[in-house]
Design a protein around this ligand. Structure first.
Ligand code: GLN
Length: 385
């Protein structure tokens, strides 16, 4: 038989999604793959029920249903401080996963370099491989997860085509300050690179931190490809609704990439989600309040058990230090954690370029009762691990 493609040989399955399967196998409380176990907003679900009886069962326009793009343009124009054209500056995709892939394919040629901060969300590695680009990793240095501007400039000296910016960051919870973003912006301009953002946690930024949209910085609209999704903001990760917002010439190409990759996002789901895109400010305030409570509850629980952890400024992940347990492999630790303690986690090594094996990632996008159950189980960790 002929060999399978070389390009797919160099990556494994997603460890994040594998850990969900491991959690299911052991009946563990799944704090690995980041998705909520609480209901999406009722208004969106009510609209979904209606939509099934209406005429939304065939393809929508390939780059997104007109009313979805219009509602999204209104929402994001306000946030990004710029009038976004729903027709020429938006592509609706199947989750931000497709948005990021399409963005990479839109700007890179095989052999091009892209800067990726480490730790990073594991899809970026695969995105680079699939589009033939070569990542240059720039470390975010714990405990603050700041970057060294000199190291970043060294990376830019290799003339990358783009920098990938996950802000707020998955997994370390960093929210980039305006000054840090300005520094990146200056380098992007100086070395003439694009910036591809992943801003799916844009509405989960804890006070006093603030989310600054990279595209809204002076002179950055032209070179930014903003990717985001509705998954986290409206608790609908399974709906796979994401988007790219970028200048018309970039979107023009991204539309074609998207069209040939997937044709389009699910029409009935786009229609139902329009309800969410039209929510007023109080929805986003309440969402943040809910996640702030969950963060405080979960971090206090970890403190009470005496487990060392990061304090996220944004998103809903914590990195837990497992050095005290003396495991050589964080993957083995996570398997044992799911089996013996009954809590699912993601090994930190799947996010770091550097040889890190003393961290695991947990998320707290869960009902309070689920978080309490996980904390109860973790309370016994030193007896069994
Ligand atoms: N972004 C989430 C995580 O990091 C979910 C990833 C996924 O499986 N799409 O866990």
């Amino acid at each position: 038989m002929p060999e399978l493609s070389k390009r797919t040989k160099s990556f494994t399955d997603s460890v994040i999604r594998r850990m969900t399967r491991v959690s299911l196998k052991y009946g563990a409380v799944n704090l690995s793959q980041g998705f909520p176990d609480f209901e999406p907003p009722k208004e969106i679900l009510d609209r979904l029920a209606e939509v099934t009886k209406e005429d939304f069962h065939q393809y929508s326009i390939t780059w997104g249903a007109q009313n979805f793009r219009e509602a999204l343009a209104v929402k994001q124009s306000r946030l990004m401080d710029r009038k976004i054209d729903p027709n020429s500056e938006i592509v609706v995709t199947c989750g931000s996963t497709e948005a990021m892939m399409a963005a990479m394919m839109t700007v890179t040629n095989p052999g091009d370099k892209v800067i990726v901060f480490s730790p990073f969300y594991e899809n970026y590695g695969a995105d680079a491989i699939l589009s033939g680009a070569e990542p240059i990793y720039v470390p975010l240095i714990p405990p603050e997860y700041n970057f060294d501007p000199e190291v970043l400039e060294d990376a830019f000296r290799q003339h990358p085509k783009a920098l990938i910016l996950c802000n707020p960051s998955n997994p370390c919870g960093k929210v980039f300050t305006r000054d840090e973003l300005m520094l990146i912006a200056d380098l992007a301009k100086k070395y003439d690179a694009f910036v591809i953002t992943d801003e799916v946690y844009e509405h989960i930024v804890y006070e006093p931190n603030e989310h600054v949209y990279f595209a809204s910085l002076p002179g950055m609209w032209e070179r930014t490809i903003s990717c985001s999704s509705l998954s986290k903001t409206y608790s609908i990760t399974g709906w796979r609704l994401g988007y790219i917002i970028a200048p018309a010439d970039v979107v023009d190409t991204a539309k074609k990439v998207h069209d040939f990759l997937t044709v389009g996002a699910a029409a009935p789901l786009q229609e139902a989600a329009v309800t969410g895109l039209k929510f007023k400010d109080d929805y986003y305030r309440d969402l943040l309040k809910k996640y702030t409570e969950k963060r405080d509850l979960f971090l206090k629980g970890l403190d009470d058990i005496g487990l060392r952890h990061t304090v996220p400024q944004g998103a809903y992940y914590v990195l837990l230090d497992i050095s005290e347990f003396g495991y050589d492999s964080d993957l083995e630790f996570c398997e044992a954690l799911a089996q013996k303690v009954g809590v699912g986690a993601v090994p930190g090594s799947s996010f770091f370029r550097e040889p890190v094996n003393n961290l695991i990632r947990l998320h707290f996008a869960k009902k309070n009762e689920t978080l309490y159950e996980a904390l109860n189980r973790l309370d016994g960790i030193r007896r069994v691990m």
